[in-house]
Design a binder for this molecule. Structure first.
Ligand code: NAP
Length: 346
């Protein structure tokens, strides 16, 4: 490792994920020479805290990518489609957290615990997967390596912070309104979210599955490098602030007992197993919130098939599901000399 430092832009710096990214860069002591927070022009001048300093936010324009080595994007797909190529043109490597580039065959889709070697073939843009997919593949990878997963049936219980700041505020305000006897006034979600569940995340697409559900299917296959894995998903928004939970049922080619799976997961990178029913110990989103790991519990054999397992998987969607995974990608790019190599091509 050299002691070289890098100029890092965070696009969407004032958003839910952008804020966490800046905090994550600081907490993980990422070698930042200059932090450049970028957001909409109307917020220019807004200060963010970084490493004991106040840093002024600039407008996310092509000129403001000059001199940037790594640009971490978290401003939504439209912003990424327009701005990421401009950042690459200026010589930066982009780590993009939106859905814009994930299925582009030119862009690796990376979870560092699962497929870090895919970073080798990047052409300027590396995509960060969807939050629900990230936590699931971290838990599935060690099981797939040992027993080959043939099929996955997943139901998600996704926190409102996954929808960004406005979604977070809507749950907070609606809860207060309803408790005070005032009516719910849905603006961000299509229905009341406080004291309710909404089986609908992102837009409806083919076969009446939502885009979020299709992301889990296609992104899982791309990250695991195995298009034969069959995945079917039902994604549900729940009135939880931080932490996505997932009930995951898998069918494997080879037999894995619950103990086999527990042992494999216990030594897997980025995973913490909490699985002691006798002591009422299993992960909940409150335990997972504001932490880094993917928590797995309720590991059971599925007695309705020959080689089946049930798992309960919890992680903080803003951290491992977004900011942490993106910063880990940046760390891996730097450790492999890939940022230096890209910059030298200018
Ligand atoms: N939240 C999660 O758990 C999560 C997980 C995985 C992936 N993601 C993805 O991360 C992205 C950001 O999500 P978020 O939750 O942080 O949303 P958010 O809280 O709404 O933040 C997005 C930020 O980007 C700004 N922005 C919008 N357009 C921009 C542009 N053209 N240039 C610069 N800045 C712009 C927004 O400003 P305004 O608020 O004024 O529009 C806001 O400050 C999305 O693509 C989302 O799908 C989020």
């Amino acid at each position: 490792m050299t002691d070289k430092k890098w100029n890092v832009a965070v696009v969407g710096a004032l958003g839910m994920v952008g804020t966490e990214m800046i905090k994550t860069l600081e907490v993980r002591d990422f070698p930042v020479a200059e932090l450049r927070p970028l957001d909409l022009a109307q917020f220019e001048g807004t200060e963010v805290d970084f490493a004991g300093r106040k840093v002024r936010t600039l407008a996310a324009t092509a000129e403001n990518f000059a001199g940037v080595d790594i640009a971490i994007f978290s401003a939504g797909a439209q912003a990424s489609l327009g701005l990421a190529p401009l950042a690459v043109e200026k010589g930066a490597v982009v780590v993009d957290n939106s859905s814009a580039w994930r299925m582009n065959p030119e862009c690796p889709l990376v979870v560092p615990e699962v497929n870090p070697d895919d970073l080798r073939w990047h052409k300027g843009i590396v995509a960060n997967p969807n939050c629900s997919t990230i936590q699931m593949v971290v838990a599935l990878k060690p099981l797939h390596d040992r027993a080959r997963i043939k099929r996955v049936v997943v139901s998600t219980y996704q926190a409102v912070s996954g929808g960004g700041r406005r979604a977070f505020d809507e749950l907070r305000d609606q809860t207060a309104d309803l408790l005070a006897g005032r009516p719910a006034n849905p603006q961000v979600f299509p229905h009341q979210i406080a004291f309710n569940l909404i089986p609908h995340i992102d837009v409806f697409q083919d076969g009446d599955y939502t885009k979020e559900e299709w992301k889990m299917v296609r992104e899982t296959q791309k990250i695991m490098g195995d298009e034969s894995i069959r995945v079917t998903a039902t994604c549900v928004r729940v009135p939880v602030f931080f932490g996505h939970s997932e009930s995951v049922n898998i069918e494997t080619e080879k037999k894995l007992t619950a103990d086999d799976a527990r042992n494999l997961l216990q030594s897997a990178p980025g995973v913490t197993v909490i699985d002691d029913p006798a002591q009422l110990r299993y992960p909940t989103p409150v335990d997972g919130a504001h932490t880094d790991d993917v928590f797995v519990g309720r590991i059971r054999e599925d007695f309705t098939m020959e080689n089946g397992l049930n798992l309960w998987v919890v992680a903080d969607n803003v951290r491992k599901g977004a900011a942490l995974n993106a910063v880990q990608i940046a760390e891996e790019l730097v450790a492999r000399g890939l940022v230096e190599e890209w910059r030298s091509k200018e």
